[in-house]
Design a protein around this ligand. Structure first.
Ligand SMILES: [Fe+2]
Length: 256
């Protein structure tokens, strides 16, 4: 008798599982999916506006889709209007009502308390992305000209040597961070990398200097198009470097 009751219980249990599975399946297929139009909507850089504060977003002189295929439009939109905007708003909030609101950003870096993680991340996040979006663009790539070209030849032997060293440093950066071309205190060009949102203007930087070129190595900068192939993104980055702009930043740095 006990055996029959046990078998009946097993049969009822199996039926109830089957019933639950069928019900669950029905509910899943009834969930409406987003339309293709909703998935593909891309705004414009002008749509992104920082809240009032000491610092504003740098203006892009190119559209989100202008850098494709080196960087796709969706990556550019999310990077500029979400990541960069968030750093900017957070920095403005952190500085609101302090005396730092009215001094040049380079001076804020000089006195930065590196244990103040919130300010360190948002100050770096704002500065680093501003430089990055400023030195990429359309009708770009190729090689630098004029004074910067001569300086690269002098300090790295040739542009090709510089490119190999810069790409190597970027590929070796473990995890999120940045690789930089900086002008050090003696006026020499140097390549360096920093983790997270740190940069060569911060106290105790391994190689200190004024950044004139930066590549963002956070996954949000490339993952939609390149996934794990960061090397491909680093190679493509050289197609969108605005060397004229980098040259202007070099002139500013050596004439300080
Ligand atoms: Fe970024």
């Amino acid at each position: 008798m006990k055996k029959i009751i046990f078998l009946l219980f097993c049969a009822l249990f199996a039926l109830s599982i089957g019933s639950c599975k069928r019900k669950k399946y029905t509910e899943v297929v009834e969930v409406p999916l987003p339309t293709a139009e909703e998935k593909m909507t891309i705004g414009t850089p002008e749509d992104a506006k920082a809240e009032p504060g000491a610092f504003e977003l740098t203006k892009l002189n190119y559209s989100y889709d202008a850098l494709a295929p080196s960087i796709d439009a969706m990556t550019m939109e999310i990077h500029y209007s979400k990541h960069y905007l968030t750093y900017t708003n957070n920095l403005n909030k952190a500085l609101a009502g302090t005396e730092q609101e009215n001094i040049p950003i380079e001076d804020i870096f000089k006195k930065l308390d590196m244990t103040n993680t919130d300010l360190r991340n948002n100050l770096g996040g704002y500065y680093n992305h501003t430089l990055y979006f400023d030195i990429i663009g359309t009708k770009a790539g190729g090689k630098p000209t004029d004074t910067l070209a001569s300086a690269i030849d002098k300090d790295f032997g040739s542009f090709d040597n510089f490119k190999i060293q810069f790409e190597d440093a970027a590929n070796k950066q473990f995890g999120s961070g940045w690789t930089w071309l900086v002008v050090d205190k003696s006026g020499k060009l140097q390549i360096t990398s920093t983790p997270n949102q740190d940069n060569p203007l911060m106290p105790r930087a391994e190689i200190a200097g004024t950044p004139i070129l930066a590549i963002d190595l956070w996954e949000h900068a490339y993952y939609l198009s390149y996934q794990y192939k960061r090397k491909k993104y680093i190679e493509a980055f050289f197609n969108i470097i605005n060397w004229k702009k980098v040259g202007e930043k070099y002139e500013e740095a050596i004439n300080k």
